[in-house]
Design a protein. Sequence first.
Length: 668
Amino acid sequence: MTQTLKFACPLDCFDACGLLAEVADGRVVGLKGDPAHPVTRGRICVKGKKLLERLYHPQRLLAPRLKDGEKWKTIPWETAIDIVARQFENAIQTYGRHAILYYADSGYGGLVKSVDRLFFNRLGGVTVPRGSLCWAAGMAAQRYDFGDVRGHAPHDLVQARCIVIWGRNPVATNPHLMPFLQKARQQGARLIVIDPIKTLSARQADIHLQPRPGTDGALALGMAHHLVASNRVDDAFLSRHTHGFNRFADSLQALTPEAAAAVTGLDANTIRRTAEQYADRIPSSIIIGMGLQRYTNGGQTVRCIDALAALTGNIGRSGGGVNYANRSITRWIDRDGGAQSDAPPPDPRTFPLPRMAHFLRSAKTPPIKVIMVAKANPLVQVPDSRAMQAAFARVPFKIVIDMFMTDTARAADLVLPCTSILEEEDLVYSSMFSPYLNYARQVVAPPGDLLSEYDLFRHLARRLNLSGYPDIPARHFLENAIRPLTREFGLTIDRLQTAPFKLPHDDVPWPDGKFATPSGRYEFYSNKARQDGGPPLPTYIPPLDASPAFTLRLLTPHHAHSLHSQHFAFRDDVPVASIHPDAPERQGLASGQAIQVVSPQGQIPARLEPDPGVPPGILKIDQGWWHQSGAVNRLTRDTLSDMGENAAFFETFCRIEPAPDKQGGHTP
Ligand SMILES: Nc1nc2c(c(=O)[nH]1)N[C@H]1C(S)=C(S)[C@@H](COP(=O)(O)OP(=O)(O)OC[C@H]3O[C@@H](n4cnc5c(=O)[nH]c(N)nc54)[C@H](O)[C@@H]3O)O[C@H]1N2
Ligand SMILES: Nc1nc2c(c(=O)[nH]1)N[C@H]1C(S)=C(S)[C@@H](COP(=O)(O)OP(=O)(O)OC[C@H]3O[C@@H](n4cnc5c(=O)[nH]c(N)nc54)[C@H](O)[C@@H]3O)O[C@H]1N2
Ligand SMILES: [Mo]
């Protein structure tokens, strides 16, 4: 008999889906989207489906492994826990807590595995990264402008009459946005997509603008210039709810649509027309992706775009907004399960994440002696992976918790396996788009004596006598985590089992025109930005330039069928490098030809794919392939964005060459 059980997708994605598992004879036999989930609506994407493949993958790690010379030996859990505890104790005794580096990223979004943070905080704070590989430039920008980052509820988008998707590729990265877009369009909304590449999302647009990469700030300011010049601004909103409009308007003088056209490569009339569509079809909604902030000017770009919404009064109004992420929902969840509030504040040492290799090489007081990595594959995902691999190798002891022997796990000394979302009860939500808290029940038992991460940290805490660490069952921890919701709304886990819970937030953020900024207004002019050393007004700052030896800008966006590196496991096909058919750099290289992509940081093999949707001057390779195939971050540089210490991945330049002959081979 087949049973259908509710669980949730733990992948780091906008959509945060509710899923159903079909179970027969104690084995999961199928996965589908939950038709009752208000955002998922019965649809499952390719990477969600692959949760099943990963669950029963023959190469899944099932027991702890310790490196023994060139080989791995399987060890019992007790031994593994003992090794970790001793490594921590020794490092702390000799060098202090900061000699331990804890690195966790977005591999798993469930609450039950967020105890890692609590564990290291209870240890007093170790060395942890700050900034982000992902979204930090845009977050910092919106905090200057609005004071916080808040998004409209997905269903509110349907009210928009014009929708601008700016640097996001939802067909690939946010597929459950698409039905809302389609509904809006059926009701007459115009869809504008702004992306240098003709993506699958751009193909659906009424208007597709392809600015030169990193020039969107100039485009937005050129549009703003036209809106001010043609008096398409919302005077009431400007005078009541904004700060610094006059200074902003003055700063736009030189950035005419013609000037913006020269910078972006677009036509001045197209810039004017786009601005008019946006301003005349109120309410208009802007949806910003992470793609356009992976630049040295990424934060400014987002500030320039936000300004368009403020100018036209498209804020605090249904169908409007500048949607980037949604932090207003997260305040309801206590990720520490109530355990942190009464503890002394931790004292971590931090370093900018994108510059991790540099930090590992240079940290002296104290140097890093032990690294623990969980929910992440930094040797593939952090920029400049060759430098990362070398710096990682020099650290005396590395521990990785993962389901698979990733490139990072392979470089470690001790690898600990972990459960799949299907093997543990958990609660999952995402702060990027969908405001729902989902329940994930334990669908099947973990194989063998596989220890959950929750229990691993509990054992470690006992072993290290961590005072105040919650020595309680996982279910109890989850109950504590939602206690604020229980108090306010009577939410219980039992209730969550029946339906996802919409985390309380305004479906239309900033409804009263009161903002979380120091002035309480939308800030065109931000003193805080000035105090942080940046321009107070949204400003266009050009991105980095190509050089004669490396003429192609390398864009490395997200693959439709994999979440980062998670679904490239054990593939040996080389990455696909897309280039314009007539690009001079193609130099007679044939379609499908084996090539080598070279940057100042390194080189990788690839297969050439001519694509008229990629403008000349750009090479596009999706990120995620592992090192055995050709990990694209061997090419990227560890440059930071202007705000938030985000990775400016897209400020990398490269060239292409025919692949070296077989004898010569690829240098590693
Ligand atoms: N299938 C899948 N879905 C995912 C993920 C995944 O790996 N795979 N990852 C998840 C995560 S963690 C994230 S952060 C999101 C990211 O999702 P998105 O926000 O969609 O991010 P990217 O893929 O980085 O870039 C999106 C688009 O930005 C464009 N772009 C690049 N440079 C510029 C520019 O200068 N201007 C403009 N206007 N556009 C530019 C790229 O061409 C690309 O099409 O997706 C989430 N969803
Ligand atoms: N060039 C380039 N690089 C990029 C990007 C880009 O656009 N271009 N995008 C960046 C972005 S937006 C992000 S968010 C980062 C993502 O960077 P990462 O989060 O490091 O990427 P993943 O490949 O998803 O690695 C997650 C790992 O967690 C493991 N995992 C899955 N479930 C569990 C679990 O329950 N417990 C534990 N311990 N492990 C688990 C998976 O097997 C996988 O190996 O990458 C960044 N890197
Ligand atoms: Mo991300």
